[in-house]
Design a binder for this molecule. Sequence first.
Ligand SMILES: *[C@@H]1O[C@H](CO)[C@@H](O)[C@H](O)[C@H]1NC(C)=O
Length: 211
Amino acid sequence: LQVEQQEHEDVLQWDFKDTFFNLTLKQVLFHSWLEKHCPGARFIFNGDDDVFVNTDNVIHFAMGTQGTEEQHLMVGQLFIDNPPVRIQQSKYFVPTQLINSKYYPPYCGGGGILMSGFTARVIARESHDVKLFPIDDVYLGMCLKKAGLLPASHAGIRTMGLGAPANANPFDPCYYRELLLVHRFMPYETAAMWQMLSARDSGAYLVAGGC
Ligand SMILES: *[C@@H]1O[C@H](CO)[C@@H](O)[C@H](O)[C@H]1NC(C)=O
């Protein structure tokens, strides 16, 4: 983190404990920071640190979604009618005292979400009135619901893993050509995949008998 900050000065910090149940707090603080300091941001990618992101594909897709007007956009791995987890041993357990409804509103899995600046500002606005809820991706769904908006699915966002055939090599770069994001990757795997994809784009991978 220190090296990142020294080189790019792009690390944000707030004064709270960075724990699983404070992830929503992190989201809310980030969105209010964004609204104040980056009001012109056109797209926001919100993701975990253990995902491989094909940034070229993300940008290509994002640019294709918007006309001249700013519009709502939130895509990711979509969950519809997902019930709150009531098993006490689970990391995602929430008691009925906290939320009594049978289902969560539609939401995108927090591993990787792409949204427009418009939608980020909607979240910043709605978060003033939506009570903090410990599961951060569900919370974003709650904010959207309050604004009357829906998240959408993107087949190239694989927060539950690649979904390649069982006998396939999960590190075959050919699978990553069309994808936006795959969970989960170790840092060295991310670096290696990026190098393989870059080599393919430069033609070297084709020579080596690529996709
Ligand atoms: C969230 O952060 C605050 C401030 O550091 C801390 O007091 C609190 O225990 C944290 N909550 C959780 C659930 O970790």
